[in-house]
Design a protein around this ligand. Structure first.
Ligand SMILES: *[C@@H]1O[C@H](CO)[C@@H](O)[C@H](O)[C@H]1NC(C)=O
Ligand SMILES: *[C@@H]1O[C@H](CO)[C@@H](O)[C@H](O)[C@H]1NC(C)=O
Ligand SMILES: *[C@@H]1O[C@H](CO)[C@@H](O)[C@H](O)[C@H]1NC(C)=O
Length: 198
């Protein structure tokens, strides 16, 4: 547990990435892979039951009313820490938490995150998610006890639960909802198109 505490401290002060990337090359999910969608539960009726989505052209996850807009994630276990990476179903991208400090770490879409490509002045972590009781959590060594996912305007973030955010935040619980398994035809098609178009 020593390394967990060390990293928790680092996350509060200087840029850090955790854990080291366990997968250098990511592959499309195999046929039969379990997919998940994330549904918000909130005391705020505006946000309650909305779905985590990645708006077209955006790198920031947000919420949408329709389940058809919900991103389909698949997961990979990181055995060393008993945490999970959440991969976007089109195969090279995963969910990261990123911000200029630990007050709000925004839920963002990052392609092949690596510790040496974290933008300067930013904290970023990935593959630190937990799935206990079908609720998305974060286990990154932080000792903060009141952290919670929040909606911040049209984005989603992990709020540290202690600092005063400059924007209003609405606490959310993000529930994991199993989505129907499908083949990986979409990502295979995408790869085929990339090969054709160079
Ligand atoms: C994690 O452990 C499981 C069970 O021992 C194993 O099947 C799997 O390949 C491991 N995953 C990684 C990324 O090492
Ligand atoms: C964290 O970053 C935000 C956004 O840049 C900034 O407004 C805020 O003052 C920072 N908080 C701390 C504690 O540095
Ligand atoms: C966590 O939140 C609870 C309820 O709002 C509060 O009583 C407690 O003091 C908070 N703990 C910390 C460490 O901020």
């Amino acid at each position: 547990m020593k390394s967990f505490l060390t990293i928790g401290a680092a996350l509060c002060s200087v840029a850090s990435a955790w854990p080291l990337l366990p997968w250098i090359e990511q592959a499309p999910p195999a046929a039969g892979t379990q997919f998940y969608q994330l549904q918000a539960k909130s005391a705020s009726t505006v946000h309650n039951n909305q779905w985590v989505t990645l708006p077209a052209g955006s790198g920031n996850y947000g919420l949408a009313a329709a389940q058809t807009a919900a991103t389909r994630f698949f997961v990979q276990k990181y055995n060393a820490t008993n945490t999970w990476a959440f991969l976007n179903a089109d195969d090279t991208r995963q969910v990261a938490l990123r911000g200029p400090n630990g007050t709000l770490l925004y839920m963002v879409d990052v392609t092949n995150p690596r510790s040496d490509t974290i933008p300067g002045g930013q904290l970023m972590e990935w593959a630190t998610f937990t799935m206990d009781n079908n609720v998305l959590g974060v286990k990154d060594g932080s000792t903060l006890t009141n952290r919670t996912f929040v909606a911040v305007q049209s984005s989603l973030a992990l709020y540290d639960g202690v600092s005063n955010p400059e924007q209003g935040v609405t606490p959310l619980t993000l529930n994991l909802v199993r989505a129907t398994s499908t083949s990986t035809s979409t990502s295979r098609l995408r790869r085929a198109i990339q090969m054709v178009t160079g």
